[in-house]
Design a protein around this ligand. Structure first.
Ligand code: ATP
Length: 357
């Protein structure tokens, strides 16, 4: 994999006085699956449309193999695209839909026939050439769109929420297909979604968008274990946040006072503050629960206990009213002896959590 196969450099996009994308920069390696993840309106699609050539950036550049793409019109960028809505031509058969990009490139008939067959085989729709799109399910139509986007072997494939119109089961099935196709073809994919589970399932790396900016880029595991911002910590994985007072902050390791007065040391601290308030991240699955008081533990009251198959979710409340969710494995010892309204203690490894100023 080369480091700067596709390079997005300082991209900014203004609509009137509103800045939808602010200084987005990243390098994407050849063959990588990169996902833009973020809530609605965070600038993911606008960034993708700039890559596709549907919109011009206000500032910045995009380089593919070292060459700027900006002066190349959209249809000559040789980038495949799949969108949320099925964009198939309804009057054309499946085979003709898939053949379309090759026809406008004036490829010979024999080559078209061969490539259409190969693309339909890739998406497991061989035998459907003569079917009209209206007679196919949503999932099948999206697979035809995928075959059409890949039929001319583009080096880059852009996908904007391609599964959001499908139900959960179908979505998971096609996620699996997309992963297989990515592995089989080696095409570089840029994928937009607001669904963290989808992003984690599919991607080599994820760029987390928030308010037009990329907060952090990393593998799913990196984003989960080492979130750079409060937003990333809240968006990837399940999270509780409690307010803590900063007692000291040495080189990014903080000493914090928690509700009830418990002091914890050595918490990785983001943002340079040495006093004032911080928000402490406590992942539900990384909290320990016990009936007896523990050192550096947090005293809580049990609000509710819910059995969820493999897990038990315990809703707790701190002395100052913060609610904290705890996830324990089925059969956890403490649970059989606890009931609603009981007092308990939560503990955690302070070096593996994070605080945000
Ligand atoms: P979604 O998933 O809802 O599409 P997104 O993260 O992809 O969200 P964008 O579609 O990139 O977000 O939009 C970013 C911001 O820019 C939004 O506030 C949107 O309203 C605004 N925006 C997008 N296109 C235009 C436009 N053509 N004119 C004015 N504002 C726009």
């Amino acid at each position: 994999m080369t480091e700067s196969f596709l390079s997005i450099r300082g991209i900014r996009k203004k609509f009137g006085s509103f800045t939808a994308v602010k200084d987005v920069t990243m390098n994407i390696a050849e063959g990588e699956f990169m996902t833009f993840l973020g809530p609605s309106g965070s600038g993911k699609s606008t960034t993708l449309y700039i890559l596709a050539g549907f919109q011009d950036p206000t500032d910045g550049d995009i380089l593919l193999n070292g060459q700027s793409l900006l002066s190349t019109p959209s249809h000559q960028r040789n980038i495949g695209m799949v969108f949320q809505r099925y964009t198939l031509f309804p009057h054309l058969s499946v085979g003709e839909n898939v053949a379309f990009p090759l026809r406008i490139r004036r490829r010979p008939q024999a080559e078209i026939a061969e490539r259409v067959q190969a693309a339909l085989k890739l998406v497991r729709l061989d035998g459907f050439e003569d079917r009209k799109p209206a007679l196919m399910s949503g999932g099948q139509q999206q697979r035809v769109a995928l075959a059409r986007a890949l039929v001319y072997n583009p080096p880059v494939l852009l996908m904007d929420e391609p599964l959001s119109a499908l139900d959960k089961k179908l979505r998971e099935e096609i996620q699996f297909e997309i992963r297989r196709i990515h592995q089989e073809t080696g095409v570089t994919i840029l994928y937009v979604t607001h669904d963290q589970e989808e992003a984690l399932r599919l991607s080599d790396r994820i760029a987390v968008f928030s308010q037009g900016e990329v907060d952090q880029i990393g593998t799913g595991q990196e984003l989960y274990a080492n979130p750079a911002t409060h937003f990333v910590a809240g968006f990837i994985g399940d999270s509780n946040f409690i307010e803590a007072a900063i007692l000291a902050n040495d080189d990014g390791k903080a000493r914090l006072a928690l509700p009830g007065g418990t002091v914890v040391d050595g918490v990785p601290m983001h943002g340079g503050k040495a006093a004032g308030k911080a928000s402490l991240l406590l992942r539900p699955e990384r909290l320990s629960l016990s009936q007896a008081p523990v050192d550096a533990g947090l005293s809580v009251t049990i609000d509710d206990i819910t059995f969820l198959g493999n897990n038990i979710e315990v809703a707790t409340q701190t002395s100052n009213g913060d609610t904290l969710s705890v996830r324990l494995p089925f059969g956890h010892r403490a649970i059989s002896q606890l009931a609603r309204g009981d007092q308990a203690w939560l503990s955690f490894d302070s070096s593996s959590t994070h605080a945000f100023a």
